[in-house]
Design a protein around this ligand. Structure first.
Ligand code: AKG
Length: 356
């Protein structure tokens, strides 16, 4: 916790950026300054992120065309904005209020959920490469299967946040199963096989609070990475943009359509599709004046499943590009490696010397 006389220069990092910016500000502390300043300029002119309409996917007359669009978008972009997703605007509004309220709690309250030694779940700021800190406070936790929930996290949240979060998780579970089913259909992977893999799968959420930063060009809200997931559903909860994606080597800002959810292909789907779909590298920039809040819902196969290219896609013309590994080990390995671009996916690639 900060001493009353702390300034941004001597405030201990990793406690909370939200607390840090309450101190007299001179400049961003070195521990938050990203070394590669070149990466901050997104492209001036860029194509807009494709939109997928769930209603069109579900309607008989329009399904085939929208499925084709979903397929090409997952191949070429690995990310889309989802509209008519069916999650009620009142639930989205409640989530916004609840997460805002949570981050407005005194630090002492939030620290009840702090990331414990040797763990990755809980509340706090996480260091990335070279001990440079992201400009954001996070709360990450596994929400499914239920028996993997940490007793001091979701079950101990303020009841109103917990209840809304439970409703939100249920809605996103249903939505994600629909999306995974459509992706299986587009990829011509046996739908049942895919659904069984993801049914009651490992799911987690990350609620992130990005405080404003007077020198936004020096920091990143979250370092460039692809998600190690099947898919991720991102809700930019308070309407402040900041997400950027790397497409064809160029950083593109994502301007969210009001009420839309952003869905991105994760590494597991890239592996499952044997490289046909692409997990997208992304990062978050921060705003000089406005706080930004997002909640990411991570959808994965169950812990008992095997992660690897779908058997139905593999033949002599299309050999496996990735190794097979149990989901439990996949998760363990992921958390023991540092988040850095698409390095984890590289780690899963079949090496020539593997001979298979
Ligand atoms: O907040 C965002 O826009 C991105 C969040 C994200 O990439 C993550 O939580 O993994």
């Amino acid at each position: 916790m900060a001493s009353p006389t702390a300034t941004v220069d001597n405030f201990p990092p990793a406690v909370s950026v939200q607390e840090l910016i309450k101190q007299p500000f001179v400049s961003v502390p070195q521990s938050y300054v990203q070394s590669d300043q070149g990466i901050f300029k997104p492209a001036d002119c860029f194509p807009s992120v494709p939109t997928i309409d769930l209603k069109l996917l579900l309607s008989e007359e329009t399904a085939a065309l929208e499925l084709e669009k979903l397929h090409s978008t997952c191949k070429e972009w690995g990310l889309f904005q989802l509209v008519n997703h069916g999650v009620s605007s009142s639930l989205l509004e409640n989530m916004r209020n609840e997460i805002e309220e949570f981050y407005n709690l005194p630090l002492e309250e939030k620290m009840k959920y702090k990331i414990r030694q040797g763990d990755v779940e809980g509340y706090g700021t996480v260091a990335t490469i070279g001990r440079i800190f992201d400009w954001g406070d996070r709360f990450y936790m596994i929400t499914n299967p239920i028996h993997r929930r940490k007793p001091h996290l979701l079950p101990e949240l303020p009841s109103s946040l917990r209840n809304n979060l439970e409703s939100y998780i249920l809605e996103l579970q249903k939505l994600s199963m629909k999306l995974v089913g459509f992706m299986a259909k587009a990829l011509k992977i046996d739908r049942k096989e895919m659904e069984e893999m993801f049914d009651d799968g490992m799911q987690s959420v990350r609620m992130t609070y990005y405080p404003p930063c007077p020198q936004p060009e020096l920091v990143l809200g979250i370092f460039p990475h692809s998600d190690a997931t099947g898919i991720t559903i991102l809700n930019q909860i308070n309407g402040v943009d900041g997400l950027q994606i790397k497409k064809d080597g160029v950083w593109i800002p994502v301007s969210f359509l009001e009420g839309s959810l952003v869905v991105n292909v994760g590494d597991i789907l890239e592996i499952l599709s044997n490289g046909l779909y692409h997990s997208i590298e992304h990062r978050a920039a921060v705003n000089s004046e406005k706080e930004r809040i997002s909640i990411a819902f991570f959808v994965n196969p169950k812990f008992e499943a095997e992660v690897g290219p779908a058997a139905s896609l593999i033949n002599s013309q299309n050999p496996p590009l990735f190794r097979r590994i149990g989901m439990e080990k996949y998760v363990k390995d992921f958390f023991s490696l540092k988040l850095n671009g698409k390095s984890y996916l590289e780690h899963m690639k079949v090496q020539i010397e593997d001979g298979n």
